[in-house]
Design a binder for this molecule. Structure first.
Ligand code: NAP
Ligand code: ZN
Length: 348
């Protein structure tokens, strides 16, 4: 038996969010029922609410940065009990059999992961995300939020945190490495904190110097404005690793020019339009252009434990649910310091 729970949904592409209810399935053998306490607002929510990536399923309940408390568990659940502090990120299922799923790379599942929202579950029913009071999720797609992290500042780690942790770990950000983070928004500010905690020398590349004091407080050693064309000549050949979180198309050639020989530009931003590339930008200097998508379940748990150890919560602006539409407009203007988080108690 499904239960209808309060939620904020986008009724059709580009329409403002409004309060409604959505069905949640009955708690199955391996499911946990989570009372959502906080849900972060990711720029991906906005891309999808506006159908910027296409093939959106409406009505859509966005939200894949979910933190809450387990209130009920299915009879086969072994990892969690009522009262546990848990999180859910960008996906709630995958095939569980392919080589990637077996390696803990469920986000790259050969059959495609099942998104937390804007997807069809493996039961064929649409999935609805975290802008809601409750969600039912398989325990294997749920992670534990360590006691040292507040649920409100932990919520954004479920997407923004892991999306930066995974490439920083994969490309060995650490002592002796010079790392640039492009864009100081939700993802970028977690990138600065995590890369700094990993021991790298961290540079923020932001459109202006407006956020410089914040960037340095978050752990940046250097801060430069990309709006100043001299930045690209001054910093040419400087970085081992550049991670771009920019939500708009990027001048790849210009950013590849910032890498040292053998360096890597990892793009995690997901703009709605394609970008072009002059291949000479990677030939000279044997450079790598890469992408990266969130992280697997085990790595997400590793990231949460790392963030708890170093005291790395997100910097948040906590809002009531009736301010989501306004928050979207502010994110689009790069006017968020540095993640909006919805207090889910205001959804009911
Ligand atoms: P966000 O909070 O809006 O941050 C993006 C930052 O990029 C802005 O704060 C701004 O930083 C910079 N920026 C925005 N527009 C720009 C432009 N036209 N030119 C140059 N810089 C610009 O967004 P987010 O939530 O961090 O998400 C960022 C992107 O990553 C989105 O496209 C999102 O869909 C994508 N994403 C990807 C993954 C993945 O797994 N790969 C996961 C989550 C999100 P400054 O003000 O400092 O310039
Ligand atoms: Zn996200």
């Amino acid at each position: 038996m499904t239960t209808n729970v309060p939620a904020y949904a986008v009724p059709a592409a580009n329409a403002p969010l409004e309060r409604t209810t959505v069905p949640r399935r009955a708690v199955g053998e391996h499911d946990v029922l989570i009372e959502i306490k906080y849900a972060g607002i990711c720029h991906s929510d906005i891309h999808q609410a506006r159908d910027g990536w296409g093939e959106g399923i409406f009505p859509m309940v966005p939200g894949h940065e979910i933190a809450g408390i387990v209130t009920e568990v299915g009879p086969g659940v072994t990892k969690y009990a009522a009262g546990d502090r848990v999180g859910v990120g960008c996906f709630v299922d995958s095939c569980r059999r392919c080589a990637y799923c077996r390696q803990g790379l469920e986000q790259y599942c050969a059959e495609g992961m099942t998104g937390t929202y804007n997807a069809l579950g493996r039961d064929g029913e649409p999935t609805y995300g975290g802008y809601s009071t409750h969600i039912v999720v398989d325990e294997n797609y749920t992670v534990r939020i360590p006691d040292g992290l507040g649920l409100d500042v932990a919520a954004p780690l479920l997407c923004a945190g892991i999306t930066l942790y995974s490439p920083l770990a994969h490309w060995n950000a650490g002592p002796g490495k010079s790392v640039a983070i492009v864009g100081l928004g939700g993802l970028g500010h977690m990138g600065v904190k995590i890369a700094h905690a990993m021991g790298a020398e961290v540079t923020v590349l932001s459109q202006t110097l407006r956020k410089e004091a914040d960037g340095r407080r978050l752990g940046a050693d250097h801060f430069h404005a990309t709006g100043d064309p001299e930045t690209f000549t001054k910093l040419a050949g400087t970085f081992d690793l550049v991670v771009s979180t920019v939500s708009a198309p990027l001048d790849l050639d210009a950013y590849l020019g910032l890498l040292r020989t053998g360096g890597t530009l990892v793009n995690v931003g997901a703009p709605e339009e394609p970008v072009s590339l002059n291949l000479f930008s990677v030939i000279g200097g044997r450079k790598t252009l890469a992408g990266s998508m969130i992280g697997g379940i085990a790595e997400t748990q590793e990231m949460l434990d790392f963030c708890a150890e170093y005291g790395l919560g997100a910097e948040i602006e906590l809002i009531d649910a009736d301010r989501i539409n306004e928050a979207y407009e502010r994110v689009l203007r790069s006017d968020v310091r540095y993640r909006f988080v919805i207090d889910a108690s205001t959804i009911r």
